[in-house]
Every structure is written in structure tokens, then in C-alpha cells.
Design a binder for this molecule. Structure first.
Ligand code: ZN
Length: 110
């Protein structure tokens, strides 16, 4: 299942719980390491939302920059790729603090 389809699925479940007929606005937060191509997501959503409760919805996407903490020197830094080295000590041992999430921040229904 594509990311766009799973986003629509999340919205559909939520709307069903609220007994809503349609979603007017949805706000998502997606980490930069969630494995999502942001450039193609808008396009995919545009195609996939046709005929669904999201058809008329405004879709807002917040990009969450991935951050990691170095296990060696405890520095926190922004990560572009999963195996980026620590900018302070150049070590490769770090734990990811955020950046892999995908969640619905808010959803307005009608
Ligand atoms: Zn370090």
C-alpha cells in the first residue's frame, strides 16, 4: 500500500469514528526519514483522494527534520541520512530521536 493510500485510510477511519461525511482539512506531520518522497506525495495524494472523503480536503504536510543524539559525546544534531556521522566527534554511533514518524496532527470534518 502506498503512503498516500495509508494517509487516506487514516483519515477515513477517523471520519467514520466522528460520523463525518467528508474531511475538509487534514494536517500531517511526517519525518524526513519516514521513507517518504515529499515531492511525489502531493501528486500521489491528488490522484488517490479522488472519490474519497478526502476529495475536497486541504492537505497540509509538516516536515519533521530528523534528529539524532550521539552516543559518544551526547551532541544532538540534524540528520539527512540514517548513517550520518556526528558533526562534533565524527562518530557513527547515534540514536535517532525523531524523523521516522507519520501522524495526523489535526483533522477537520463536516
Ligand atoms: Zn559525537
Amino acid at each position: 500500500m502506498s503512503i498516500a493510500e495509508s494517509i487516506i485510510g487514516i483519515a477515513r477511519d477517523y471520519a467514520a469514528k466522528e460520523n463525518a461525511r467528508k474531511v475538509t482539512e487534514i494536517e500531517l506531520s511526517i519525518g524526513t526519514l519516514a521513507g517518504i518522497e515529499f515531492d511525489s506525495l502531493d501528486f500521489a495524494l491528488d490522484i488517490c483522494k479522488k472519490g474519497t472523503i478526502l476529495e475536497k480536503a486541504i492537505i497540509r504536510i509538516n516536515k519533521i527534520k530528523a534528529r539524532a543524539k550521539c552516543i559518544n559525546c551526547n551532541a544532538e544534531f540534524e540528520v539527512e541520512h540514517v548513517f550520518d556521522a556526528c558533526p562534533k566527534c565524527k562518530g557513527y554511533a547515534s540514536s535517532l530521536l525523531c524523523g521516522k514518524e507519520m501522524r495526523v496532527e489535526s483533522l477537520l470534518v463536516d
